[in-house]
Ligand binder design. Sequence first.
Ligand code: ASP
Length: 240
Amino acid sequence: MINPNDRLLVISTSTIHGFSFLEYIKDEIKEFIQSDEIIFVPYARPSGISYDDYTQNVKDALQTVGISVKGLHTFENKKEAILHAKAIFIGGGNTFLLLKTLYELGLIEELRSVVHNGTPYIGTSAGSNLTGLTIGTTNDMPIVYPPSFDALQFLPFNINPHYLDPDPNSTHKGETRETRINEFHKFNHQVVVGLREGSWLRVENGVVELKGKLSARIFRQNEQPIEFESGILEEKVYRI
Ligand code: ASP
């Protein structure tokens, strides 16, 4: 079901408590891409940051492991840049803005095609949401309106990044994350993988592996959620 050529790092978050931007994951990124160059896609613009500033942050973080970074926004011909990229990294921010921009630039099909030809894809957060079927389980507000919620669809399930457990001592009465995902399942069938901060999926040869310190919470429609500790996620868990 997953294209065996696809190589993905589906990372919940770029920053974990006590570490600088990408610090905890940069060695994994270096080993994963097996090269020294990344095209960075800054279109999710976290906190409204500019494309240049966002790309600079990534440059600063990855130069320490010998990776050079170019922002996709700096290329006149973005399709060509994607086609010739050694590796692609799509950063987090607002998922609606990210997907809308990629549709508007006409890059969705290029991204699918290069990844199916083996170009390594790294996503953090919003960039990870795009690896799933739809962006219907993002935590973001719909600040803009993409032409479709369909994502890149490398994975036959959805991602919920920054998955958050309810705080038993909280007096807050808003929906928990689990409640929101249950609402999603009233209208949608696909499995949702809740990735806690500091966890990521590594996908190679059609196999999905959960890595990092924390378990993932997996939501199947009309079933009790599953806590998956680590290791290979069997297809029967995410197949519907
Ligand atoms: N806003 C998140 C990010 O950092 C995405 C999400 O929570 O769905 O990219």
